[in-house]
Design a protein around this ligand. Structure first.
Ligand SMILES: C[S@@+](CC[C@H](N)C(=O)[O-])C[C@H]1O[C@@H](n2cnc3c(N)ncnc32)[C@H](O)[C@@H]1O
Length: 564
């Protein structure tokens, strides 16, 4: 207990002299009343408090030391709905999330009996659930009802599931006023959004659609019945909600491949860092409750941080994404360091002045400045940030198009060779390609592990080690890159095991120790892969890889027993 002269005792209301030392949010007149209050307070006594500052707004701060892997808090979503921003392919896909349970379903088959929006079956339990479809079903009933079920294009144009999370948020005001208040208190950046591309997009995609199809009919109904149904239901509030979602939403990846967008009152207060100290997962069987866990030891006074952007993008790209969607400039240790923690993750090979070549690397002079020059560490050559942006965009598109086209090993290697002329070997575009390549060597037809030459196996191990080194520098406690790291470790072990199996067949007894030590190393990589993958078991890829790791652990264990 710590002394605190302000506040009132939570039990008797008299002037308090002490504060709960764990959470600092409740006061007592003395030890007796604190003990009495514990039954209630233990449910809300958390190792952090909500703090506020001018630049960050609200944030969460540890009020005591928190050990790595401690679950810091859990919380139910304020709102959860289908993915709110679709890519081009998803926009034209006839497979949409069921409005009741979000399982994939085909438009034009089953529907909700009341509003006729697509469902996985007409008896999906989510259709009746007041926290799920029950929230928006009454208002969807105000929309048109007569679309030819065989006209898939018309059905898709009308059943815009990407707007549902906005509508669900709006409907909180009617059924859950406390939650509505929590939602409306969230950061929306509504002023910064005025006139922006984001706002134009929200207007076209969401606001005008919801106004025309549901909110204008609702207003007409209100006039007709002379009864107010929704206090706040104009375009302005819809834009504010779009800003709140854009700033705060969290993705939930379902095991069936669908993605949801969700908002959480407390979890959404965590600030961003490119070196986050927390990670989170969702309970898919319990209303998508979030668990926020310490990714490393956290000291009292540290802010609780997650990452809003992609750890495997270079600083320029992360900064642009954060500025555009979240309206701030990240100043974390990685963003301030031109080498990005010694990885050279954005490094460009210097082409040198016209008459000579240079082996230097170009990095941003001031990585926090939008328009910084990129300077060579060996010669006076410099290029401006626009040129770098252009180069990275062109190369990024080339990588993306190739990877989306089910490429062959030869095609990936050709692109790696081409881009390596311009980029540092750890550059994020090359990282992406190499991460795919190590998984293809050993699994593609004609390149199964047993087909690979020893040289290819050693090359796979070396590339994997380089990728792991980058991951360990960018994310020293594997808070965010668990899946990538587990994949790399698995590839390293499979190539190492195959290589050493071959050595064992041809080696004399003297080499047995060396082979045994290599297999032991492979076993340790598998153990690490299993450990880091714990954070990803709620994802499809994570659970599949976990099964593969279990099999490998067993077979490598047997091999070690046979070898020693
Ligand atoms: C998800 S919200 C976090 C909660 C928010 N601070 C609030 O008051 O509700 C994201 C917003 O918080 C602020 N923010 C988060 N991390 C930040 C950081 N590292 N630096 C500056 N601002 C940050 C930005 O305004 C950002 O758009």
């Amino acid at each position: 207990m710590e002394d605190d002269k302000c506040g009132k005792c939570a039990i008797c209301g008299v002037k308090a002299s002490q504060t709960c030392s764990a959470c600092k949010s409740v006061q007592y007149c003395g030890a007796e009343h604190q003990k009495k209050h514990w039954k209630i307070h233990k449910l809300e006594c958390r190792p952090f408090c909500i703090a506020r500052d001018e630049e960050l707004g609200r944030y969460l701060m540890a009020t005591r030391d928190i050990a790595a892997n401690t679950v810091i808090f859990t919380e139910n979503p304020l709102v959860v709905g289908p993915k709110w921003f679709l890519n081009e392919k998803e926009e034209y896909s006839p497979i949409v999330p069921c409005v009741g349970c979000f399982a994939p379903c085909r438009v034009g088959t089953y529907t909700c009996a009341n509003c006729h929006w697509p469902a996985c079956s007409d008896s999906c339990p989510g259709l009746e659930n007041s926290k799920l479809h029950g929230l928006e079903c009454p208002i969807l009933c105000l929309g048109v009802r007569s679309i030819n079920p065989t006209d898939i294009k018309a059905l898709m144009d009308y059943y815009r599931t990407d707007t549902l999370v906005v509508l669900k948020s709006l409907m909180l005001q009617r059924k859950m006023p406390k939650k509505w208040q929590e939602l409306i208190d969230m950061q929306s950046h509504e002023n910064e959004r005025i006139g922006s591309e984001l706002q134009k997009d929200a207007e076209e995609r969401i606001v005008s659609y919801l106004m025309k199809n549901f909110l204008e009919p609702l207003k007409a109904l209100e006039v007709k019945s002379n009864k107010k149904i929704l206090e706040h239901c104009d375009a302005k509030i819809l834009h504010k909600i779009c800003g709140i979602i854009e700033t705060n939403y969290m993705c939930i990846n379902l095991l069936n491949g669908m993605e949801l967008s969700s908002l959480f009152t407390t979890a959404c207060m965590m600030e961003h860092s490119c070196l986050p100290n927390c990670y989170f997962s969702f309970d898919h069987y319990n209303g998508f409750k979030i668990s926020v866990t310490a990714g490393r030891d956290i000291k009292k006074g540290e802010h609780l941080q997650i990452m809003y952007s992609n750890m495997l993008w270079g600083t320029q790209m992360r900064q642009e994404h954060l500025a555009l969607t979240k309206h701030f400039l990240c100043r974390c240790e990685r963003c301030r360091d031109p080498t990005e923690l010694g990885t050279y993750f954005s490094g460009l090979r210097c082409i040198g002045p016209e008459s000579s070549t240079c082996s230097g690397i170009q990095l941003p002079e001031d990585p926090l400045a939008e328009k910084t020059d990129w300077v060579c560490n060996k010669c006076p050559m410099r290029i401006n940030s626009e040129e770098v942006r252009y180069l990275n965009t062109q190369m990024g598109e080339e990588v993306e198009v190739l990877l989306a086209s089910k490429p062959t090993i030869d095609q990936i290697e050709a692109l790696i060779e081409k881009l390596s002329r311009f980029l540092h070997r750890n550059h994020y575009h090359l990282f992406n390609l190499k991460h795919c390549l190590i998984q293809m060597y050993g699994t593609q037809s004609g390149y199964l592990l047993e087909d690979l030459s020893e040289k290819q196996l050693l090359e796979k191990i070396k590339t994997s080690e380089e990728l792991l080194d980058v991951c360990d520098k960018l994310d020293p406690h594997t808070v965010r890159l668990s899946l990538y790291v587990a994949i790399i470790l698995n590839e390293m072990q499979s190539a190492t095991v195959e290589y050493n199996k071959r050595q064992s067949k041809k080696s004399k007894d003297v080499e047995k120790d060396k082979i045994g030590a290599e297999l032991q190393k492979a076993s340790e990589w598998l153990t690490r892969a299993k450990r880091v993958l714990q954070k990803e078991l709620d994802t499809l890829q994570g659970s599949k890889l976990n099964d593969a790791l279990n099999k490998s652990i067993e077979s490598v264990g047997k091999l070690i027993a046979e070898t020693v």
